[in-house]
Design a protein around this ligand. Structure first.
Ligand SMILES: C[S@@+](CC[C@H](N)C(=O)[O-])C[C@H]1O[C@@H](n2cnc3c(N)ncnc32)[C@H](O)[C@@H]1O
Length: 338
């Protein structure tokens, strides 16, 4: 099933606290040591960053959310110059570091973002229909109230794997004529009323639409694809890449990237043949998932998967989005279309 952290995070409930997922496995994959420079592209609550700092390595920690960066300033001050926080999208990670011994990404939203009703990520707490991690740009309300029904249906169908995508999109189009959608609960209730909910349904009928909107509004797939190319440019030979994802679309992007880059026979037809055949990464393992104890302690870990690779000597290849094999969706900004 594709629905990942959003649903699991709702199941956690309770006070706002983000428990880092697969932390021991991420540290093992990165194996940081004193003097190393590691890029944490998803600072969040700083769970990974704190553990990496504890090894004596330095961290350049990126988050596009100004609240996450503001909350990390105390840690930065206490770090003795070993932590530098940057508010930016992680697709630009190679702009913020000369070179790196490690790059780690922990994709998705944090518990803090999900639990704060005013951020608009949750269909359980009433808030503005926002969902922007960076608190700037097109909001979920903008998408829901202005996109054509056909485009909404493609977003819900592809990014949410919602089987009622067309029905929900048409319902939205007719309802917003009378009254635009402005609140999370308004949209969630309208979907539940229209689609209905069988007693055996484990998830709320709006779960997949909310997930799709969040991925779309934050260009999460495009960001991930670009960040992998940026990590390839930033990592030194021998440097480690570790990426934790929470659903199948993201995992597929990481898996295909590592397969393409560790395959000495593949490469872009635009490159000279000798260069195209050089692997830029060596695959490390084949995807790690959380054990029962971690899942019991942190239900969000249930759908997490870590993939890792080690940077080889070959120069970075060109950014060819076709390696991800994502479908072209008219009017929708996804990797593969650029
Ligand atoms: C799952 S949390 C990371 C939690 C962190 N590993 C920890 O242990 O506390 C993901 C964080 O990444 C940030 N984020 C997600 N996509 C991003 C992007 N494209 N660029 C920069 N930050 C992003 C979110 O704002 C959020 O704070």
């Amino acid at each position: 099933m594709m629905v990942g952290d959003g649903d699991d995070l709702h199941a956690v409930g309770g006070p706002v606290r983000h428990i880092p997922v697969l932390l021991a496995e991420v540290l093992e994959a990165l194996s940081p040591k004193a003097g190393d420079v590691v890029v944490d592209g998803t600072f969040g609550a700083g769970g990974y960053t704190k553990a990496i700092l504890a090894t004596g390595a330095s961290v350049v920690a990126i988050d596009r959310d100004p609240d996450a960066i503001a909350a990390g300033r105390v840690l930065e001050q206490q770090s003795g110059g070993r932590l530098r926080l940057v508010q930016a999208p992680f697709s630009t990670l190679d702009d913020h570091v000369e070179s790196a011994d490690g790059v780690v990404l922990d994709i998705g939203v944090s518990s803090m973002q999900l639990d704060q009703a005013e951020r608009g990520f949750s269909f359980r707490n009433d808030g503005p229909l926002d969902m922007r991690m960076a608190q700037a740009g097109l909001s979920a309300a903008d998408v829901v109230n202005s996109f054509k029904a056909g485009d909404l249906a493609r977003i819900f169908g592809f990014l949410g794997e919602e089987r009622h995508a067309g029905r929900i999109a048409r319902m939205i189009e007719s309802r917003r004529e009378k009254r635009p959608f402005e609140r999370t609960l308004d949209l969630a209730d309208a979907i539940e009323t229209h689609i209905g909910r069988a007693p055996k349904d484990k998830i709320h009928p709006a779960t997949r639409v909310f997930q799709a909107l969040r991925i779309f509004v934050n260009d999460e797939l495009g960001e991930l694809a670009k960040a992998l190319f940026a990590a390839e440019r930033a990592l030194k030979p021998g440097g480690r890449l570790a990426v934790v994802t929470f659903h199948s679309l993201e995992d597929r992007i990481v898996k295909r990237f590592i397969a393409d880059r560790s395959d000495a026979a593949s490469g872009s037809r635009h490159l000279p043949e000798a260069q195209a055949r050089m692997a830029t990464f060596r695959k490390a393992g084949s995807g790690v998932t959380a054990g029962d104890a971690e899942i019991a302690a942190n239900p969000r870990a249930r759908s997490a998967r870590l993939r890792a690779a080690t940077r080889a000597e070959a120069p970075a290849r060109s950014s060819d989005f076709s390696i991800f094999g994502l479908p072209k969706l008219p009017g929708i900004d996804l990797p593969g279309e650029r």
